[in-house]
Structure formats: structure tokens, C-alpha cells
Design a protein around this ligand. Sequence first.
Ligand code: XMP
Length: 516
Amino acid sequence: PVLVVDFGAQYAQLIARRVREAGVYSEIIPHTATAEEVAARNPVGIILSGGPSSVYEDGAPSLDTGVLDLGIPTLGICYGFQVMARQLGGEVAQTGLREYGATDATIITDSVLLGGQPVEQNVWMSHGDQVAVAPPGFEVLARTAATAVAAFGNDARRFYGVQWHPEVKHSDHGQTVLENFLHKAAGLAPDWNSGNVIAEQVEKIRAQVGSAHVLSALSGGVDSAVSTALVHKAVGDQLVAVFVDHGLLRKGEREQVEQDYVASTGVRLITVDARETFLNALAGVSDPEQKRKIIGREFIRAFEKVQAELVAEAAAEGEPIRFLVQGTLYPDVVESGGGTGTANIKSHHNVGGLPEDLQFELIEPLRTLFKDEVRAIGRELGLPEAIVGRQPFPGPGLGIRIVGEVTADRLEILRDADAIARAELTKAGLDNEIWQCPVVLLADVRSVGVQGDGRTYGHPIVLRPVSSEDAMTADWTRVPYDVLSKISNRITNEVRDVNRVVLDVTSKPPGTIEWE
Ligand code: XMP
């Protein structure tokens, strides 16, 4: 792989994704990895990421000096560029001059890294310190008004660095910079794609599973749908999928899974209808955390019941169920490996909220993949677009989109409003721009309205369209007014008990994406 060394900002994941978009497999490692650990992974290239700090700060993240002696093509970005400069004998100065945001850069000389690009370009900067003197043997490749050394390179060693962030879309030719490094400097062929991943995983899963049976929990979401389909491709009817309908799904979701998904994959599916159980358990509960806990607990109960039956059945047939499929993605792996105790902001639960004492081995075929790659694989496997292209949907479903007690009646109202919002946003061609758009029913709030000649006293619906790369941060999406107007008109006219539609214009942070 190409190893992306994480200096602790949120840039490493983005860099790793861009490298894969360039057709080269990448993995993220902490900056604390030793040179031996790095070498043990047989890297074909190294990228040092940006970071939050100054190289002069106490405890500033550093890099084992041996890493740069391994003879591997290396690209330093922002903080990583400065780390490189310092370790290789250049000079980093605390000038007090900050460059932040869109900045004009001038390319000084033709090079492998920046060759064939416009001499003047707009790049994204975010730094306080700067490289004052390039290391011996390095050529200065670019400058800006405030920074004399904005990029450097040494073709013989295949070492390069840029002060700006080529991984963000705001840098004009950022992806070209990365591709030049990967394809030209490091000589890596762009041959990493979803077809190869499928073939590789199918082989791996077959070897792992043998003739044993496999259980999978489908949520209706992208990750479990794709991981299940992938395992099914590998082991066929040795796999049984279980889908718990907790009644907190959106309109048409159960049908999508039971009909379209099964038709396109041939997966053997068992649906558990637990709608009543969930509603009963949620009766009288308004507190978000309590709702989440109840939904998690009931999910486990429903799953355990069917699991026990399936295990008994399989044992009777002589091939026990030994494996469980999980749709764990790479960001989960990276973030949970991050170690330092992050605050529990919401107790997330999903299909991952399965019983802890399961006697199964896990199959996690998506462990090395990002969401967009998972979607590409789903498409390649022939899954319906309605499932593959779906917005992220929280495990607790509509249960945490009703502010107040969850009842059958309120679920129906919310389901209708949500279906309208989804349909209109899709019709307006906004699905790519919008990461997800929770639709929230403020069931405990009423406001006065007028309809026809009469006074109404109904509930507001909140639209929460957000744009995001990874749900860690998000901004509210500027949905065109005419689209909002259409959604508002339709919801207030077609959905009973709703007389007001409001728009949430809060970024994350400080707001979370969901309301509960
Ligand atoms: P928040 O509201 O924390 O959401 O900004 C971030 C992302 O996570 C989704 N989400 C969940 N996903 N189980 C899940 O599988 C959960 O309990 C859960 N809660 C929030 C949310 O939809 C958004 O994409």
C-alpha cells in the first residue's frame, strides 16, 4: 500500500481516499509508527499528512527519522512538508505570518510533481510556520506571496513536499499533484478498483468460511446490504440474512429489502416483524438516550430469538453457523484505533449493535473501504440503486427523528413527510450534493396555523439537509428556495397534522446531524 502517516488532523482520511481515487490502494498509520513497523508493511509510497500543530510546539507529533531512510518515495503535505524539511536539514521558521484559505501559488520550475500545470494556480493553505530554506539537494518548486518555499522536490530520492493541501477540492490541481506523485514519481499503476476488490474478497471469504454457515443482519442500509451481497457471492446459500423490521423504517424500505434486494442477489432472507414489540417498549418514553437504549436492546432481543432458531436448525443439518457478517467500514476502524477517549456524544447503534456475547467469528469484508468505494462495489454487484445510493440512516431509525414519544400515529406522519422531502430532493437532482436530509417531527411542539377558513393547531416538520464528507463535520446545504417551497407546500397540504415546515440552518458542530 501507500501509507498515509496521520499527524492527528482530520486530513489523513481524505488523503487516503484521494489516493484510492487515483487507483492506488492506501492505508493510514499513526505517526508514532517506527521505521521497522513502516517497513514491515511493504509500502510503495509514503504520504505525510497535515496536522494541527507547529513543529516547534511541545509534544508536536514527530516522525521516526528512520522512515525517511527507507528509500521509499515520499510526499509531505503541509505539516508533513515541514516535518520533512526539518528532518532532511532544511529550515522551518516561525514567521508569525499565517496563510489561511484560498491562496495564489506560482510554480517556479517544471518538475515531476507539478509539471504540465498552469504556472499560476489557486491552492488551499492552512499554516502558521513555513519552510524558510529547502533541505540540501532539494529544488524549490513553487512559492506564494508570503512563502518563498511552498513546494520542494528531489527527483533522485523521489522526495517531494507541498505546503498547501492538494487533497481538498479547493486546490485547483490538487488531484493532479497527488497523481503525479503516485503514478509518475513513485511509478504506481492505477489498477486498484472495485472489480479487483470483489474478486480478492470472494476468494478470502471462501477460504475463511469453508463449508460452515454464515449469518448476516440486514438493516436496509448500504453497508450491511453490500457486505451481505459480497459474502453471498462467495458462499451462496451457506448464508442466511436476517432483517428486523422495527417499525422505525422509512416508507418503502422493507419492500426494497424483501423484494428488490432479494431479487437482485438471491439472498435467503428472513424478516422478523417486531413492530409491535418496539412500539410497546417505546411507549411513554421521550428521552433521546433512553429511546436509543431501548431500540438497541429490543433489536438484540429480536435478533437473538431468530438466531437461536437458525443455529438449532443448522446444527441439526450438521453444518453449524460459525460466522457473522458485519458491515464495518475503514473510518470505523481508523477512528476506533485512534485510541484517545472521545466523548460519548450519542450512543450510536446500528447493525453493529448486536449482542456482545455472540459465539460467532466475524467476517468484515468492507473493513478496508470507504463509503464511496462500498457504493461502487454494490453497483458492481448489481444491487438496486435505491439501496446503494441511499443516504446514511441511523440504526434507531425514525425513532430518533420524532422529538417526543414515538407512537404509530406519529411514525405515519413522519414517514409521509419524509417520503415527500426525499422525492422532491431527488427530483431536483440534489442527491449528490446532499449527504443526508433528516426530516424531523417536533411532536411535542404545536403552533397555530390557518388552512381554508379554519384555525389549525399542528406540528412543525424540520428539514435538515446537510453536506458532508464523512458526517464528522457538516454544513447545511443551500437547497434552492423553489425546491424548499415545493417540499413545504406538499408537506403542509398532503400530511395531516402538520401546518408548518422549518429549515435547520446549523452546521456541525455545533449541531449534530440528527436532532436526538
Ligand atoms: P450525528 O447526529 O451524531 O450523526 O451528527 C452522524 C451520522 O451518524 C448517523 N447516526 C447513526 N448511525 N446508528 C447509526 O448507525 C446511530 O445510532 C446513529 N446516530 C446517528 C447520522 O444519521 C449521521 O449520518
